[in-house]
Write a protein that binds this ligand. Sequence first.
Ligand code: HEC
Length: 202
Amino acid sequence: MKLNETSSSDRKRKIIPITVALVFAVALGVVANVDNPLRAKALDWLKASGYVEYQPTEAYALAKKVCTQCHSEERIKMYCSRCGAPFVAVVPHMQSFVQNYRKTRPDLEFRGVTEAQAVVIAQVWNALVGNWESDFREEDMKKLIGDYPALFALYKTPVAERPIESVLMKMDKLKMGHMSGAEELQKQLGKSDGNTGTPSAP
Ligand code: HEC
């Protein structure tokens, strides 16, 4: 399996096109804060390529969009430390399904991810559902992740230093799955503290 949209290893070869793209980006007003329909496109591209960071809320929207193409968000929500590998390894695995589906269902369109986007999406589900990377040995994680240096670099980064994961983790209202405290909240239902429902992601 390969994240086909963006290669991870041949960054060097991309320096020239990136430089050209940056010059265009400047011309399009990506850097100056000018409103321009092309600016959005240029920014999307720069973000997907890992040259501009996603904001945590954008990351959340991206994860939902990409990961609910073939199954519900519910399925991701049910995933847990007993279920299998951490998200940093699940996300590239899902990309291989994208590639298979593109072959078997050419009538449908599947949106794949770049490695930079995979790094972002893994952080989102880690924060919202749970992160059990520390349950695994490093050599096993290395195998599970595969040949994705940026994803492995994410794995090596302490959670507190991960720009998206650390922010989303603090947003309790987004949390789901076994770490969300949903059970505790359910126990509180009907008590007089004004709690009227189970938490749900927006
Ligand atoms: C192209 C289709 C497709 C996309 C896109 C996709 N998945 Fe999946 N996903 C599958 C299939 C097929 C399975 C079932 C695989 C299996 O049962 O072995 C699955 C299963 C899962 C599971 C459950 C695995 C388990 O062991 O229970 C999780 C969690 C999951 N996907 C997360 C994600 C995340 C996160 C994303 C976004 C990066 C995503 N999926 C995007 C096709 C997809």
